[in-house]
Design a protein around this ligand. Structure first.
Ligand SMILES: C[S@@+](CC[C@H](N)C(=O)[O-])C[C@H]1O[C@@H](n2cnc3c(N)ncnc32)[C@H](O)[C@@H]1O
Ligand SMILES: [Zn+2]
Length: 401
């Protein structure tokens, strides 16, 4: 008999295996729980509730699917907290999880809208979408969503659908295991201060490729990088003409740790380290090259604005970090061509004391550069100004110029 506990998240109450009872490690969720639930992923689910609501404002959905559901909390929250009467299917390979989800469906009186099935996600995505394709597929697995991507994309409504992907295999994506990234995501990761952005772009690049193989195009709607995971939301539809055009958004990001200059370059136009313009005079640092990966947009500003309009409806039940994260996403949205510069790392490189980020930003604005903070890192900025100029500004501000 599983020891069960009642939990509440957002505006939803549900049952799950008692995490404290089963974990040896201070209540932390581990993959050997009888039924998986990780409280620390609440922020991910809060933003997912918000983004699904925002998406549905323009694209009402009829049927969604969560391919790896655990306790079901994510989809139960969608059904309970998002507007509309859409239906949902939930899958899990673990029979105890399926039993728990069924209990939760009954507890929330969602029998008419929710269905849970036991089995392998890849198989069920294909078979369950035969009659009617999904308008939203959510893939939130342990580790990488890559193994489920092809089935997930093939299960989507070709007229247009939402796809949400979470990845938690950060060592591969952030440059600790570049070969693993190449194997799983089709592009090398690198160690860099902006490695979490590279992680997102590797996942978007893989999604572009798998979608493209199936004659689908992608629009990245939003990306989230926080704690120990990344998450990306896409609108996907059958459209090979657009997908062909999007080939120009596949490329490399090159970065020199010696001077912190970085730039992106289209795959179609280069040999990996030709023409890399180091910002520091006489810099002969060895260039690191990430990719092939996605170098196009990661946000859709209209989508983020819609999410912002809907946020007041949810704010009382969401994690307190949600409003600020959304605000930062909106701010950085127009500057995604420029990899972020971590001011503390730049100061370490030049032996400088970090000044206030706001002071650096103001100086850049005074020089007519565009600049914003980024949700990826509190100590970083994005700007169209060169990193050498940022270093010069810091030197002036700290009186070491
Ligand atoms: C990270 S948990 C899901 C968490 C859930 N999405 C949430 O937001 O709480 C991953 C789940 O996938 C299930 N799982 C693992 N491999 C699977 C497979 N091949 N097919 C279906 N489910 C699988 C596990 O039993 C586990 O419940
Ligand atoms: Zn250099």
């Amino acid at each position: 008999m599983t020891v069960i506990k009642e939990y509440s998240e957002g505006r939803t109450t549900f049952l799950c295996a008692d995490v404290e009872h089963y974990s040896r490690d201070q209540g932390l969720a581990t993959s050997d729980l009888p039924v998986f639930y990780n409280k620390r992923m609440q922020l991910n689910r809060d933003i997912s509730v918000l983004f699904l609501s925002a998406y549905m404002k323009k694209n009402p959905i009829d049927l969604m699917c969560e391919a790896l559901t655990g306790s079901g909390v994510r989809t139960l929250r969608y059904l309970n907290e998002c507007p509309g009467e859409f239906r949902a299917e939930m899958f899990d390979v673990n029979p105890l999880a399926v039993e728990m989800v069924q209990k939760n469906i009954e507890l929330l009186s969602l029998e008419k809208r929710a269905l849970v099935k036991r089995g392998d996600a890849k198989e069920l995505l294909m078979t369950e979408s035969r009659g009617k394709r999904f308008d939203y597929v959510d893939v939130d697995p342990f580790g990488s969503p890559a193994p489920y991507l092809n089935a997930a994309i093939q299960s989507l409504n070709p007229r247009g659908a939402l796809l949400g992907l979470t990845a938690t295999d950060m060592p591969a994506l952030c440059g600790v295991y570049p070969r693993v990234a190449l194997r799983k995501y089709g592009g090398s990761s690198i160690r860099a201060p902006f490695s979490h952005e590279i992680a997102v772009r590797l996942l978007v690049g893989l999604t572009y490729s798998v979608a493209g193989m199936n004659d689908y195009s992608i629009i990245p709607l939003a990306a989230l990088s926080t704690d120990h995971y990344i998450r990306v939301w896409f609108r996907i539809k059958a459209d090979r003409i657009t997908s062909n055009r999007q080939a120009d958004s596949m490329g490399f990001i090159r970065y020199c740790p010696n001077c912190m200059h970085s730039e992106s370059v289209s795959l179609r136009s280069i040999s990996p380290d030709s023409g890399f313009q180091h910002q520091k005079e006489n810099c002969d640092g060895k260039v690191r090259t990430a990719g092939p990966l996605w170098i196009g947009n990661l946000y859709d500003s209209e989508f983020l604005n819609l999410a912002g309009e809907m946020l007041p409806d949810y704010e009382d039940s969401f994690h307190k970090r949600v409003p600020r994260l959304l605000e930062l996403m909106k701010m950085e949205c127009g500057l995604m061509k420029y990899a972020y510069v971590d001011l503390h790392e730049l100061c370490d490189l030049h032996n400088l004391v970090p000044p206030k980020t706001s002071a650096v930003m103001e100086e850049l604005r005074n020089m007519n550069y565009r600049v914003s903070q980024t949700h990826f890192r509190p100590t970083a900025i994005r700007t169209n100004g060169p990193v050498s100029e940022v270093a010069r500004i810091i030197r002036n501000l700290t009186g070491e110029g």
